[in-house]
Ligand binder design. Structure first.
Ligand code: BTN
Length: 247
């Protein structure tokens, strides 16, 4: 089924990811279903954080996909697929977005969108994936200065419906790469959109701040970071980005 053929639009819900998970459990949705809400009362972010969003101002959605043959070892392809879809949509409307590893969507030093992926596994394969995406569309004020929205970038109101359908069209453009096993191509495109790749920048790991260079991502999705001439793999919790300049 095409992505976005079934769209469920809710006024208010705790979290579209939770709602989608329940529908999956009850067998009520299939591959390609999109759940969106005007407001979330308990929107979830990565690593147990909250995803706050003013009611009716942003795109809050969960996409449910069931890859035909994606092994657990290759599950990072879902991160590549979803980040690329968001970045490509933003670039098409003139916003030069990039992916901050692993899947935060940034414009310059400001976060414009976030992604929370929740997979179910069966017999070593990904049975289903709920890809939760929050894109700041028309919100103008944030509690942190490190956030932005489409309206802030474009200096004009953009309808959430337009964003939704443009994003769905990117999902449909990138899905065949993932589902036909063209994961290398998906990864190349992802690396192309990766912030600070092959550039000298500052990071912090367990032994303190250092200057390093992002060299790519491993097949398991870890960050490959060159430190003092040696490339090391980092998990998300092991590394902090400082930026182009020292803190
Ligand atoms: C992040 O921390 O960057 C990920 C944020 C993901 C937020 C979206 S909004 C729609 C979906 N439902 C949720 O509860 N979270 C995701």
């Amino acid at each position: 089924m095409q992505i976005g053929k079934k769209i469920i639009h809710l006024d208010t819900i705790d979290s579209t990811n939770n709602y989608a998970a329940n529908l999956v459990k009850e067998g009520k949705i299939a591959h390609g279903a999109v759940i969106l809400a005007d407001e979330q009362t308990a929107g979830r972010g990565q690593r147990g954080t909250l995803w706050a969003s003013n009611a009716g101002e942003n795109l809050l959605l969960s996409l449910y996909v069931t890859p035909d043959n994606l092994s657990v070892e290759n599950q990072v392809a879902l991160t590549h697929f979803s980040s690329l879809s968001v970045v490509e949509f933003l670039r098409k409307i003139g916003i030069s977005a990039h992916v901050k590893w692993p899947n935060d969507i940034y414009v310059g030093s400001k976060k414009l969108a976030g992604i929370l992926i929740e997979n179910t596994i069966c017999g070593g394969n990904i049975k289903g994936s709920i890809i939760g995406i929050g894109i700041n569309v028309n919100q103008l004020n944030f509690s942190t200065i490190q956030a932005s929205s489409i309206q802030l970038e474009k200096k004009e109101f953009v309808s959430i419906e337009t964003v939704l359908f443009s994003l769905i069209s990117e999902f449909n453009a990138f899905w065949p790469l993932l589902n036909s096993g063209n994961l290398e191509q998906l990864k190349i495109l992802y690396l192309d959109a990766l912030y600070l790749i092959n550039e000298s920048a500052f990071f912090e790991d367990e032994s303190g701040e250092f200057e390093g260079i992002i060299r790519g991502v491993s097949s398991g999705g870890q960050l490959l970071l060159e430190k003092a001439g040696v490339v090391r793999k980092y998990e998300l919790k092991e590394i902090k980005f400082i930026g182009r300049n020292k803190s």
